[in-house]
Design a protein around this ligand. Structure first.
Ligand SMILES: Nc1ncnc2c1ncn2[C@@H]1O[C@H](COP(=O)(O)OP(=O)(O)OP(=O)(O)O)[C@@H](O)[C@H]1O
Ligand SMILES: [Mg+2]
Length: 314
């Protein structure tokens, strides 16, 4: 599988204070691989190092240690910048421009051919009307509209790889849903999307791969199904049937009169047949897989390996 991002042992230490003698380590030995065409979600609590990692991948910032490639080129390689798009966290745009003017400006900077056509396509993709884009200044936009124009500017050069820093933050449920749809649309076009988020349900809905950062450490990474496990477990509720046979299938079985409930770890099809053969009925069956939120909280609570804890201030 072709890789869009392949980095190893990235560490970043900021220096601060008047004499730059204070050190803050924001990333510790982070290695990750992102295949071409996937949607990757980098998750983590505030201050975990998500933006720092993204800026290193973009080549805006150098790692203190470690290295790797983005689109096959070493980190920071200028020619790669034309092939990537970027939506910054809390982006600031020139307020007195209209959305259309912003896209024109970015398109000119990047030498985008057939700009007018591209702008119309992008407005359509992000769901902003041409009237809003042409007539309203960005300072008059709602937060959702600013985020949409931000995504449009990130895509102006038709990038192969798109970095989005917190694209859903501050949006209402409808706004978040629409951004999710845009990201899914990009995936269908074969683009690689790398985004930071702490909205786990959004990540679970649209990501193929996720990484979890905690205090600068990548504490988990992989395909969502692999992390959460594919073992099929179901909460089942039912009525009647043969208690001995039902007992062979269910864990934590409880009976209340003729009604029962328990945890099924077998194939539901066979279980249905067994229950119904004895005149019983399965009333409900709900998948009991751990969700990403539970997994995330568990990983954050587990903390980081003490042997590799960063010297937060030295
Ligand atoms: N320019 C800087 N100088 C010094 N420390 C910094 C700098 N930028 C970030 N940090 C520190 O690095 C750590 C990671 O910050 P970063 O912005 O990467 O986190 P984040 O995961 O993106 O957080 P959030 O979810 O709040 O956006 C924090 O402790 C932050 O204070
Ligand atoms: Mg951030």
């Amino acid at each position: 599988m072709e890789t869009a991002i392949s980095v190893h042992n990235l560490t970043k230490t900021y220096r601060k204070g008047f004499w730059l003698h204070q050190k803050v380590t924001s990333l510790v030995n982070c290695s990750l691989e992102v295949p071409v065409g996937v949607t990757f979600g980098l998750l983590g609590p505030n201050g975990a190092g998500k933006t720092t990692l993204l800026k290193i991948l973009l080549g805006i910032m150098r790692p203190t240690e470690g290295g790797g490639t983005v689109l096959g080129q070493p980190l920071g390689e200028r020619s790669v910048r034309q092939r990537i798009g970027y939506l910054p966290e809390n982006a600031y745009y020139y307020d007195y421009l209209t959305g259309w003017e912003l896209l024109e400006f970015m398109g000119t900077l990047l030498g985008v051919p057939e700009r007018q056509k591209r702008i119309v396509e992008l407005l359509d993709l992000v769901g902003l009307s041409q009237a809003n884009a042409r007539q309203k200044k960005i300072k008059e936009y709602s937060k959702g509209m600013v985020q949409r124009i931000g995504i449009a500017q990130a895509l102006i050069n038709d990038p192969e790889l798109v970095f989005l820093d917190e694209p859903m933050s501050g949006l209402d449920p409808l706004g978040r849903y629409q951004i999710r749809e845009i990201i899914q649309g990009l995936r269908k076009q074969g683009k690689t999307v790398f985004f930071n988020s702490h909205i786990l349900s959004d990540a679970e809905a649209i990501c193929d791969y996720v990484g979890i950062l905690n205090q600068g450490h990548l504490v988990a990474m992989g395909k969502i199904q692999d992390l959460l496990g594919e073992e099929e477990t179901y909460h089942v509720v039912g009525k009647g049937g043969n208690p001995d046979r039902i007992g062979q299938f269910l864990l934590h079985l409880e009976w209340h009169g003729d009604n029962w409930q328990g945890l099924l770890v077998h194939s539901p099809r066979e279980f249905y047949e067994v229950v119904e053969a004895e005149g019983g009925k399965v009333i409900s069956l709900v998948m009991a897989r751990q969700d990403l939120e539970e997994f995330f909280i568990q990983k954050i609570r587990e903390g980081i390996p003490t042997a590799t804890k960063p010297p937060l201030a030295a």
